[in-house]
Design a protein around this ligand. Structure first.
Ligand code: SAH
Length: 370
């Protein structure tokens, strides 16, 4: 490792920090010491790290820093959901959402600035794309949320982390794996492997790379039981069709051992994927996969062109799946009033594609037409 520039220690997991200290001729246990300061005690000032010698503190001051990204604003929903707008490199903003529920606090974090995949029903895709978040910017979201929760007196802290914010985590593989490693490390956030979930739109090579790299939980944004419908919703499906995707899921699960499952995310959209025949097809499709199903009623955003199904349709779909033997949860919409619900995260992206421009032109045209 070259120590040319000052290093943000939030960018490294435990093996990375061990290497870092090796470059300073320091023993591996220094990594453990510093992680405890950063993650257990929330300290970012080397001066306060009193079990490090004065000399080491001075050297760290010269070579490194500990810095989470800046919080631009905080929005609190009537239902208690909190959204933070966070400034990241390139003068972009991404969003992080905290969803407090009975007994747990789930943090939904972003992995990219915008998203390249352009799923037709997702607001993030409409913003276009401006690259990956750095690992410090990913871990920094959890660090910030933890600090803020401490200051609010929410003793429990973050109990679950889902990579379901902006971006496709498996297209920012190394940074996401580094962040997951800190999340699951006892010296980091100490979350169990069941409580850290990477959610993917179906990046099959990424799922294959997870094998042997991590044992965190996996969620698949499936949204349709057939390729023709999924192609319309998730364009990536044309590259990695459903059969390949489900094979990759089974392969990953087989590396995890007993009693693990994949979460199947299914955003329900009126007239597109909500027919009872599609529930039947879904039940057949998932027969051999150990999975749980999350139904998410479509959350709308400007000019999306889609609607959520009515309550009876959703209920019939869920009931069918439950009777077919699947644990099927209906995810209640949270944080809709602060645009923090699934698929509503838009941030502020300096778009490198021309997608944002096209989308805004469509919004203007539709709004003029009304
Ligand atoms: N790229 C990753 C993670 C981000 S999306 C993935 O696709 O899994 C997080 C979840 O919200 C996904 O299941 C996504 O399909 C869903 N989602 C996106 N837009 C939505 C919308 N408008 N309403 C409801 N769910 C949506």
């Amino acid at each position: 490792m070259k120590l040319a520039e000052k290093t943000n220690l939030l960018s490294m997991d435990r093996p990375g920090l061990i290497d870092f200290f090796a470059c300073l001729d320091e023993k591996p246990y220094r990594a453990a010491q510093i992680m405890k300061w950063i993650y257990h005690r929330g300290i970012s000032d080397f001066e306060q790290m009193t079990d490090l010698s004065m000399d080491l503190r001075a050297r760290l001051q010269a070579l490194a820093f500990i810095q989470a990204p800046e919080v631009v604003s905080e929005h609190v929903s009537v239902d208690g959901t909190r959204k933070w707008i966070i400034r990241v490199a390139g003068d972009n903003c991404v969003e992080t959402v905290l969803i407090p529920e009975r007994g747990r606090n789930t943090l939904c974090i972003s992995s990219q600035v915008g998203c390249i995949l352009n799923c037709s029903f997702c607001a993030t895709g409409k913003q276009g794309f401006d690259g990956n978040l750095a690992s410090a910017e990913i871990i920094g979201q959890v660090w910030l949320a933890t600090q803020r929760m401490r200051s609010l007196g929410l003793a429990k802290g973050v109990t679950n982390v889902v990579f379901m914010g902006m971006g496709e985590p498996l297209l920012n593989f190394d940074a996401v794996m580094c962040a997951s490693s800190v999340l699951m490390d006892d010296l980091g956030f100490g979350l169990s492997k069941r409580k850290v979930t990477v959610s993917t739109a179906g990046v099959v090579p990424g799922i294959m790379r997870m094998m042997g790299t991590t044992d965190c939980s996996l969620a698949i944004s499936l949204h349709a039981p057939t390729d023709d419908v999924r192609n319309q919703l998730v364009p990536l499906n044309k590259k990695y069709p459903i059969s390949e995707l489900l094979e990759a899921c089974s392969a990953y699960l087989s590396t995890l051992g007993e009693r693990r499952h994949v979460t199947i995310e299914y955003t329900m959209i009126k007239g597109i994927n909500d027919h009872i025949d599609q529930a039947r097809a879904l039940a057949r499709l998932l027969r051999d996969l150990s999975c749980k199903i999350n139904l998410i009623p479509f959350n709308s955003f400007r000019a999306s062109g889609y609607e959520a199904p009515d309550v009876q349709t959703i209920d019939a779909f869920q009931t069918y799946l439950i009777h077919a033997g699947y644990a099927t949860m209906l995810r209640t919409t949270r944080g809709d009033d602060i645009a923090a619900a699934c698929g509503q995260l838009a941030g502020q992206v300096r778009d490198r594609t021309r997608r944002q421009e096209k989308y805004l032109a469509r919004v203007r045209a539709m709004e003029l037409a009304v």
